[in-house]
Design a protein around this ligand. Structure first.
Ligand code: FES
Ligand SMILES: [Fe+2]
Length: 387
């Protein structure tokens, strides 16, 4: 993967204000996407499932992580576990549904090999006549799982990277400390609303869009009403610990600036009336406001298609009381639609000859260059970490 600056064959020197983006083909080439699946999504921690979506033993969800289908379920001991969603007999996909619940085990629809909720092989036709089959050895292949912020994060790597040095480091880099997010007590919040977006765009366009606010004044009228500093298009994500302040006559983070709910448990006064946006590589966005949290998980399915699941999380009291969350949901739902429309507008242009050498980043977008460098470096690494 090269940029015009890197391969130097695009001719023009860029003026100081501009730095190059990635080249167009990196957003459209299936072989680049395959490499990203292998070296990014199958190596890093991937935020997959909200734990509370699987409240009882046997509840399950299947998710696409890199090129693999992964089955996440709650075992009898209450622990969330994840497995490759592949039968060990002849490789049939075990669960074809996206969500569901089984009573005590998963049975393969092909020859009926049957696995416990802990992945162990518990039954198969004629299994007793094959006493040499080790039921753990022929159990489902486990996938690393770590719970944080109320979500199951999965890692397909043999040796997962340190969670603290990757996922949590991205949060610390943005907020200045982990306590700053702990204050929102995200793991105790409840789902007020979930909206799933099927975005016809490469996952990198979605990340890049989330990382800058140069577009805010043009496409986000409601958001810039609530957060006036966003109208200047400056890079709110770039300054460690900086939260964007609500406008003076804004009462809450709602579509019309009307009042929201009580501050979440541990939110400190210096976090009040502020909005923080965090990008956790490679596929999560976290938005913090005093009375709720909005968390996006991206599921990149192909070079030009990404499913985004967006959760609006509120305190237990707000959800239990049935209070109307629609005004706060509506604000970010509009932001999402505006953003994803913009990404979908760019995607077809990525294969145009006009974009063969990529585009440019203005100063308030220059930090996106670090994301591009990270992608390039990561793709250049071989499996054992050598370059
Ligand atoms: S492939 Fe699953 S039981 Fe045969
Ligand atoms: Fe946006």
């Amino acid at each position: 993967m090269t940029t015009p600056a890197a391969d130097g064959d695009s001719g023009a020197e860029l003026p100081e204000s501009l730095i190059p983006t990635l080249a167009g083909y990196t957003y459209t080439d299936p072989s680049v996407f395959a490499l990203e699946q292998e070296r990014i999504f199958e190596q890093m921690w991937f935020c997959a499932v909200r734990g509370a979506d699987l409240p009882k033993p046997g509840d399950f969800r299947t998710v696409q992580v890199g090129r693999e289908s992964v089955l996440v379920t709650r075992s009898r001991d209450g622990v969330l576990r994840a497995f490759l969603n592949i039968c060990r007999h002849r490789g049939a996909r075990l669960c074809t549904e996206e969500t569901g619940s089984v009573k005590r085990n998963f049975q393969c629809p092909y020859h009926a090999w049957t696995y416990g909720l802990d992945g162990k092989l518990v039954a198969a036709p004629n299994l007793t006549s094959m006493p040499d089959i080790d039921r753990t050895e022929y159990g489902l292949k486990p996938v690393h799982l770590r719970e944080w912020l109320g979500y199951a994060w999965l890692c397909l790597a043999q040796e997962p990277p340190s969670f603290a040095d990757t996922v949590q480091a991205d949060v610390v880099q943005r907020l200045g400390s982990l306590e700053a997010i702990d204050n929102y007590e995200v793991e105790d919040l409840e789902l007020g609303r979930r909206i799933t977006y099927d975005v016809k765009a490469n996952w990198k366009l979605i990340i890049e869009n989330f990382m800058e606010c140069y577009h805010c004044a043009t496409i986000h009228p409601e958001l810039t009403e609530v957060l006036p500093e966003f109208a200047d298009g400056y890079a709110a994500q770039f300054f460690v610990g900086h939260g964007a302040e609500f406008g003076e006559d804004v009462s809450g983070f709602t579509v019309d600036g009307s009042e929201g709910f009580d501050r979440l448990g541990g939110v400190e006064s210096d976090q009040d009336r502020k909005y923080y946006a965090i990008t956790v590589r490679p596929q999560v966005f976290i938005n913090l406001v005093p009375d709720h949290v909005i968390l996006h998980r991206m599921f990149p399915l192909s070079e030009d298609r990404t499913i985004v699941e967006c959760d609006w999380l509120y305190s237990k009291d707000v959800v239990a009381s049935g209070r109307d969350v629609s005004r706060s949901v509506e604000l970010f739902h509009r932001v999402n639609q505006q953003d994803f429309d913009a990404c979908e507008r760019c995607q077809p242009a990525m294969s145009s000859r006009a974009y063969a050498d990529g585009g440019v980043l203005v100063p308030s977008e220059h930090h996106i260059g670090e994301f591009h460098e990270w992608v390039q470096t990561t793709l250049a690494q071989t499996k054992d970490g050598e370059r």
